[in-house]
Design a protein around this ligand. Sequence first.
Ligand SMILES: CC(C)(COP(=O)(O)OP(=O)(O)OC[C@H]1O[C@@H](n2cnc3c(N)ncnc32)[C@H](O)[C@@H]1OP(=O)(O)O)[C@@H](O)C(=O)NCCC(=O)NCCS
Length: 194
Amino acid sequence: MSSGATAQSTRTVAGASTPGVRLRLLEPGESAVVLAVFASMSPRSRELRFLSARPRLSDRDLRMLTAVDHRDHVAVVASVPPEHLPIGIGRFVRDQHEPETAEVALAVVDAWQRKGVGTLLMRTLCGRAAEVGVRRLRVVISPDNDVVRHMLTRTPAPVPLVHSDGWTMEYTLALEDVPRPGAHRALSTMRQHQ
Ligand SMILES: CC(C)(COP(=O)(O)OP(=O)(O)OC[C@H]1O[C@@H](n2cnc3c(N)ncnc32)[C@H](O)[C@@H]1OP(=O)(O)O)[C@@H](O)C(=O)NCCC(=O)NCCS
């Protein structure tokens, strides 16, 4: 994956050789993929992802979620054969005021959770972020998001909690602390549980 990339629907990203799961960049305006992942997430997963109940995605949501440029807003799609069914999307969006910081978000469809897809997406996002000059990933979660909090304990260096207001918890992951390619377990290759 090169930086400054242009739209190209077949582009793949590092980690794409992981057995059974294909990774590629979401291209601008690819609403169908975003909708497919959203449709296969439970209300609880949607709430954890969007930090509020989200029964449907509005047109505005869709515009924002597909306004990728492969540099300031990068989204990686995980899919599986035989028809490249999308099973997850991880993304980061660069902070306009702090360009070395980006906010990361992960969404894995319920049927594919706990199989390593979230870890794979996170590892891939860390690599891409470093390539485009992002040095810190901000992770904002609900206080009851035990899965992500667990994931953040698996990093080589502690990931500090930088803000908590009762509704959200904000952590900052320093990418210089993350070895590439990810040797650490939290950023390790996908496990096959099938
Ligand atoms: C958070 C999320 C992306 C994780 O994706 P995933 O594919 O399930 O994660 P992984 O399989 O890579 O698991 C990561 C770690 O969490 C653990 N884990 C995953 N799901 C778990 C669960 N339900 N209960 C306990 N532990 C769990 C795994 O065992 C693994 O830990 P390990 O490395 O010590 O073995 C996914 O659960 C999701 O989409 N949740 C809803 C949306 C959300 O919370 N997004 C994050 C907002 S930034």
